[in-house]
Design a protein around this ligand. Structure first.
Ligand SMILES: Cc1ncc(C[n+]2csc(CCOP(=O)(O)OP(=O)(O)O)c2C)c(N)n1
Ligand SMILES: [Mg+2]
Length: 796
C-alpha cells in the first residue's frame, strides 16, 4: 500500500469511529418505546465514510462545493474536526443547543458547510443550479481570477425518488450544465425499505440521456482480483444476480453465513469451491462486502480519472452501516449501537476509554505522518472557503413613471425598465429569472433591454426574419435574464444558488424571480430551503388573490400572505400603490445585501441589519394612484409595514385597515361611512409581516427589560380609544390582519378570502367573498353596534 493510501485508510477508520462516537455520545437522541436511544443515523453515515474520505482528503479542491446527504452530517463534522475546523465541544454537543447540527447547515454550523441539506433532494438540485450560477458569474467576466469549482452532491439512493431532482436535471440539460458531480450512495436501503432491483440501470440510462457521464462503481479491488481467480466468474455471476435483500442480510450475518449460502448456491463447481475455501470467515466477509463505494483505490481511480467538465453521475455501491455491527440490517436506519456493541467496536478500533476524541488514537499510521498528511490536504489548503461579495450601493430613490391609474404589477415592470435603462452599477448585478412567466409578470421590458443569458449567443429568429414582436429574445453570455421551464421548484433553487454567489463564488448578484403567486405553494419547500441557507433574492409574485378574477380556479391564492408572514428569512410586502412599491424595492435591493449582526432597530424592533430576502405580492388590479410626494417619513412607514392613509379623529368609532388591492374598497367604504360617522381612519398596511414581527419583537424586548420598547403598530394604533373597532380587509386569508385587534385590545372584524376557484369579475368576486366596500360597511356596522351605517345593501 502506498503511503497516501495508508494515510487515507487510517483517516477513513477515524471518521467511522468519530462519527459513530459523536452519535453514541450525544445526549439528544430520541428514546423508542423500549426506552432505547435511537436516531443519529450511524448506519446512514457509515455508508458514505469511504467516499467522503476519498473526496475530502484527496480529490476535492478549495474551489469545489459540496452538498452532503443529511444523514452523513456526523462524517462531515468528523472530517472538519480532523482538519481543525470543528471543535470537540460542538461534537460533544451534537444535536444539542448550538452544538454541531444533525444535518449540515450553512447558517447554524461553524465548520464551513457549503450547502445546507435536510429536506432530501433539494441539496442535490442546489449543486446543479450553483454550477449554472458559477457559469453566469464567469460569463459576465467576474471572478475569473479564481479557479472554476466543481459542485458535488453526495446523495442517498432513496433520495433519488424526489421529483425536484428530475426537474433540475431537465433544466441543467437545457443550459449546458458543466462541473457538476453527483455521487449516489447506492446502499440499496432507504429508511423503511430495501430498494427495488436494478434501479441503477434506470438511473444510468436516464443520466446518459441528459448528456451526463455515468460511472458505475460496483466492485472493489479485492473482488475484482477474486473474479480473476479460477472460479471467479461464477462468483461474479452469483453476486450480479443476488437480490438486494439477500445481499444486505448476508452483510449483516457475516462470514459463516456467506460461506453457507455460497456453498449451497454454487459450492459444487470445483474452482469456485476452492476460491471460497481458501478464505477464512473473516476474509470471506471482507471479500464479499468489498464494494467499490468502500474501496479507496477504486474510488480514487474513478474520481481522479475524470478529465472533462461534463456533469458526472457516480453510482457507488455501498453497504448501509458498513463496518458497524448492524451493517445491512433493514432496520438499521435509526438504529444505534448498544453500549455492549459500542464497547466491542471501541476495542476493534483500539480506542482507549478517555481517548475517544484523540485525533489519531488507535491508528496504525503514526500521528506525525497523519498530521503532515492533513496539513497538505488540497481541500483545506486555502482555509475557510467562504467569500464576501462587495456591497452595491442602491440609489436613494428608484424612478417610476407614474400614471394616474395603474397596477402594482405594471409598476414593477416600469421600475425595472427604468433600472435597465439607467447606468447605476447595481443594475449590472441584477439577474432576473422566471418559470415561463416572464412576459406575463411584466419582466418583458427589462429582458428586452438587458437580454437573455446563455453561454453561447443565439439571436432572436423572429427579429432576424423581421416578424413584428413586442419582445426581443436574444441570448448571449452578457444577458441578464435566465429563462426557466415551468417547474417552480427550479425557480426557487435557482434563486437559492444565485442568491448565494457572494458567498460561494465571491461575486454578488441581485436576483429577482417572478412567478404567479399561487404557485409559490408548488415550490414552497424549495423557497423554505433557500431562506434557510440565507440566500438573498427578491421574489415577485403576481398576480395574486381572487383579484385576477376571470382566470379563477387554481390561479387564485389565499394562503400566501400567511406564508409571507410565517416564512423565516423573508420580508413580505403587499403594497397597493406604485410609489410604495418603488420605496419597497429600493429598500429590498439594499436589505438583500445586509449581513450585520447588531441589535434590533429601536424604532421598529425589527432585526433589519441582518438583512434577508424579500417577497412582493403584487396585483394586476388598476387603482387610482394617490397624488403625493413619497417623503422619507412616508417611505419609512411603508417599509415598516403601515401608515395612516386617513388619520382617525379623536373619537373614531371604526378604523379600516386594508392591505394590497383591496385599498379601493377600503377607501370607498371610508368615504361612505364618513357621511354618517366622523373621524373614520384608514390604515394602509404594506407589510403585515413586518408589522407583526416588530410587534412580537417589541414584546420580547420589554420582557427582557427594555420597558420603553414600542413597535410601529403599537404607536399607530396607540391613539385609538378603547371602543374603536377595527375592520380589516385583504385579498387573502382573513387571519393575515386579524391579529391587529390584539395589539391594544380593540374589537376586530376581519374580512378576507377563505374559498377559491370561482371565476367572475373583480366586483362579482369581491362581493362573493365579502371583501368589497359594502361588506366593509356591514362589518363596521356590526362592530359599532347601535350606530346605523348608511348605504348598506344586503350582502351577496
Ligand atoms: C423531503 C424529505 N422527506 C423525508 C425525509 C425523511 N428521510 C430522511 S432520510 C430518508 C431515507 C433515506 O434513504 P437514502 O436516501 O437511501 O439514504 P441512506 O440513509 O440509505 O443513506 C427519509 C425518508 C427527509 N429528510 N426529507
Ligand atoms: Mg439508501
Amino acid at each position: 500500500m502506498t503511503d497516501r493510501l495508508a494515510a487515507l485508510a487510517a483517516l477513513e477508520q477515524k471518521i467511522l469511529w468519530l462519527a459513530s462516537w459523536t452519535i453514541h455520545n450525544a445526549n439528544h437522541l430520541r428514546e423508542n418505546a423500549d426506552g432505547l436511544k435511537v436516531g443519529g443515523h450511524q448506519a446512514s453515515s457509515a455508508s458514505l465514510a469511504t467516499i467522503m474520505t476519498a473526496l475530502y482528503f484527496a480529490v476535492l479542491r478549495p474551489e469545489d462545493r459540496v452538498a452532503v446527504k443529511p444523514h452523513a452530517s456526523p462524517n462531515f463534522h468528523a472530517i472538519q474536526y480532523l482538519l481543525g475546523n470543528q471543535t470537540r465541544e460542538k461534537l460533544e454537543n451534537f444535536r444539542g443547543f448550538k452544538g454541531a447540527q444533525s444535518y449540515p447547515s450553512r447558517t447554524k454550523d461553524v465548520d464551513d458547510v457549503d450547502f445546507s441539506t435536510g429536506s432530501v433532494g433539494l441539496g442535490v438540485a442546489q449543486t446543479l443550479f450553483s454550477s449554472l450560477a458559477q457559469d453566469y458569474v464567469r460569463a459576465h467576466g467576474w471572478g475569473l481570477e479564481r479557479p472554476e469549482g466543481r459542485m458535488v452532491a453526495l446523495i442517498g439512493d432513496a433520495e433519488m425518488d424526489e421529483g425536484n431532482i428530475y426537474e433540475a436535471l431537465i433544466e441543467g440539460w437545457k443550459h449546458g450544465l458543466r462541473n457538476t458531480w453527483w455521487v449516489v450512495d447506492y446502499n440499496r436501503q432507504s429508511l423503511d425499505a430495501v430498494v427495488r432491483e436494478g434501479l441503477w440501470e434506470r438511473f444510468e440510462a436516464m443520466f446518459r440521456n441528459f448528456g451526463w457521464d455515468v460511472v458505475i462503481l460496483k466492485y472493489g479491488k479485492l473482488l475484482e482480483a477474486a473474479f480473476a481467480e479460477p472460479g471467479g466468474e461464477a462468483l461474479r455471476r452469483w453476486i450480479d444476480t443476488c437480490p438486494n435483500q439477500l445481499y444486505a442480510a448476508l452483510c449483516y450475518q457475516g462470514g459463516a453465513a456467506w460461506r453457507k449460502r455460497l456453498e449451497d448456491d454454487i459450492g459444487d463447481q470445483g474452482a469456485v469451491t476452492a476460491l471460497i475455501g481458501r478464505r477464512s470467515d473473516a476474509e470471506l466477509a471482507r471479500l464479499m462486502t468489498n464494494l467499490a463505494g468502500h474501496d479507496l483505490p477504486s474510488l480514487l481511480e474513478a474520481f481522479e480519472g475524470i478529465d472533462h467538465d461534463r456533469p458526472v453521475c457516480f453510482i457507488a455501491y455501498t453497504i448501509k452501516g458498513f463496518g458497524l455491527p448492524f451493517q445491512g440490517h433493514k432496520d438499521n436506519h435509526a438504529g444505534l449501537m448498544t453500549p455492549a456493541q459500542m464497547e466491542a467496536f471501541r476495542a476493534a478500533m483500539s480506542v482507549r476509554p478517555g481517548h475517544e476524541w484523540d485525533r489519531f488514537e488507535g491508528l496504525s499510521v503514526p500521528a506525525k505522518t497523519l498530521e503532515a498528511f492533513l496539513k497538505d490536504v488540497p481541500f483545506a489548503a486555502r482555509g475557510r472557503r467562504r467569500y464576501e461579495g462587495a456591497k452595491l450601493p442602491i440609489p436613494d430613490r428608484l424612478a417610476v413613471p407614474m400614471q394616474p391609474a395603474m397596477s402594482t404589477q405594471q409598476g414593477f415592470g416600469l421600475i425595472l425598465n427604468e433600472i435597465a435603462r439607467g447606468k447605476e452599477p447595481f443594475a449590472e448585478r441584477i439577474v432576473t429569472c422566471s418559470p415561463d412567466v416572464t412576459v406575463s409578470t411584466n419582466l418583458g421590458a427589462f429582458v428586452n433591454r438587458r437580454g437573455l443569458f446563455a453561454r453561447e449567443a443565439l439571436a432572436d429568429t423572429f427579429k432576424q426574419e423581421r416578424i413584428p414582436s413586442t419582445f426581443t429574445w436574444d441570448f448571449s453570455p452578457k444577458g441578464q435574464h435566465i429563462e426557466l421551464g415551468i417547474a417552480e421548484m427550479n425557480l426557487f433553487i435557482l434563486l437559492s444558488a444565485l442568491g448565494l454567489t457572494h458567498s460561494i463564488h465571491g461575486e454578488r448578484l441581485l436576483p429577482v424571480g417572478t412567478l404567479y403567486d399561487p404557485f409559490i405553494q408548488r415550490g414552497l419547500d424549495a423557497l423554505n430551503y433557500a431562506c434557510y441557507q440565507d440566500a438573498r433574492f427578491m421574489l415577485v409574485a403576481t398576480p395574486s388573490g381572487v383579484t385576477l378574477a376571470p382566470e379563477g380556479g387554481a390561479h387564485q391564492s389565499i394562503a400566501t400572505p400567511l406564508i409571507g408572514m410565517a416564512q423565516d428569512g423573508l420580508a413580505a410586502f403587499e403594497p397597493a400603490f406604485v410609489d410604495e412599491l418603488a420605496a419597497i424595492m429600493r429598500f429590498g435591493f439594499d436589505y438583500m445585501q445586509r449581513d450585520g449582526e447588531g441589535d434590533p432597530d429601536e424604532e421598529t424592533w425589527l432585526r433589519d441589519e441582518t438583512g434577508g430576502s424579500v417577497y412582493l405580492r403584487l396585483s394586476t388590479r388598476t387603482l387610482d394612484q394617490p397624488q403625493r410626494t413619497m417623503d422619507e417619513a412616508l417611505a419609512s412607514d411603508v417599509i415598516n409595514g403601515a401608515y395612516w392613509l386617513r388619520r382617525p379623529g379623536a373619537n373614531a368609532g371604526v378604523v379600516i385597515a386594508y392591505m394590497g388591492a383591496t385599498a379601493s374598497e377600503a377607501i370607498a367604504a371610508a368615504g361612505l361611512l364618513a357621511e354618517s360617522h366622523r373621524d373614520v381612519g384608514v390604515l394602509a398596511v404594506t407589510s403585515s409581516d413586518r408589522l407583526n414581527a416588530g410587534w412580537t419583537a417589541a414584546e420580547r424586548a420589554r420582557q427582557r427589560g427594555h420597558d420603553q420598547a414600542t413597535s410601529h403598530v403599537e404607536r399607530l394604533l396607540g391613539g385609538l380609544t378603547r371602543d374603536c373597532g377595527l375592520v380589516t380587509v385583504v385579498d387573502g386569508h382573513p387571519a393575515t390582519l386579524a391579529w391587529l385587534g390584539a395589539v391594544h385590545g380593540h374589537r376586530v372584524k376581519s374580512l378576507g378570502v377563505e374559498h377559491f376557484g370561482q371565476t367572475g369579475t373583480v366586483g362579482d368576486l369581491y362581493r362573493h367573498h365579502g371583501i368589497d366596500a359594502n361588506a366593509i360597511l356591514h362589518a363596521a356596522q356590526a362592530i359599532m353596534g347601535a350606530r346605523p351605517v348608511r348605504y348598506l345593501r344586503a350582502l351577496a
